[in-house]
Design a protein around this ligand. Structure first.
Ligand code: CA
Length: 230
């Protein structure tokens, strides 16, 4: 599994060649697939920020590839279509493709649309990779936790617990749910450890003892939300 910028799906070798040259020149990382099944295999094995998808492919059509990719990803898809294929364009957009370019295309236009697609994807990734509660933010890509501007240090267990609580912000989690998620088992005797770790987290992320982000729900468990007087 590697992360690359672009997956080129195109069966015309001459077009693949020129796209590869241009993308290499722009400094993008990419793979090329010459048919639909190669495209789906590459998509399963790697992570791409954008897919450039020719619709007229042998065997598995581009529309079919688009439909399969959309089952589990909202990666930007730019279709490559022949000028006459209006119905394919419409079908592709209906299947969730983001944009299309008509062949023959101007390279400058294609590059501009690729840049726009990559930007949209980056914004989406940035939004989903930051978890936030009050002034505490967790960057899931770098695993850094900031309180305001200050970088906080967490052990692996503390981090797991914090992320679980923050991703379920506003929801009451039972002790069993938390223990099972963070420690992977649930026994009566292990429940003490949860209180110990909650105390560690409070020491690190709370502004004062009176103003806690983690609320104790007596007889149930804990809930993370904006500060309240405890
Ligand atoms: Ca083709």
């Amino acid at each position: 599994m590697s992360k690359k910028d672009i997956l080129i799906v195109e069966d015309e070798a001459s077009i693949v060649r020129i796209l590869e040259l241009e993308f290499a020149h722009e400094g993008y990382t990419f793979d090329s697939a010459m048919d639909g099944s190669a495209a789906l295999t590459a998509f399963e094995e790697n992570s791409y920020s954008l897919i450039l998808l020719d619709l007229m492919l042998p065997e598995i059509s581009g529309l079919e590839v688009c439909r399969n990719i959309r089952k589990d990803s909202d990666v930007p898809i730019i279709m490559l279509t022949a000028r006459r294929d209006l119905t394919d364009k419409v079908a592709g957009l209906d299947l969730g493709a983001d944009d299309y370019i008509t062949k023959p295309f101007e390279m400058e236009e294609l590059l501009a649309r690729v840049r726009a697609g990559l930007r949209r994807n980056q914004t989406k990734e940035d939004e989903t990779s930051i978890l936030q509660v009050a002034d505490v933010s967790i960057n899931m890509l770098t695993r850094q936790v900031l309180k305001g501007d200050a970088l906080l240090e967490f052990t692996k267990t503390e981090f797991l617990l914090l992320v679980y609580l923050v991703s379920n912000k506003g929801i009451v989690l039972t002790r069993d749910q938390i223990i099972e998620h963070v420690w992977g088992y649930d026994t009566e005797s292990s429940t003490n450890i949860l209180d110990v770790y909650i105390r560690y987290l409070r020491q690190k992320i709370d502004c004062t003892q009176e103003l806690s982000l983690i609320h104790t729900i007596r007889g149930v468990g804990y809930s993370m939300s904006e500060p309240q007087i405890v």
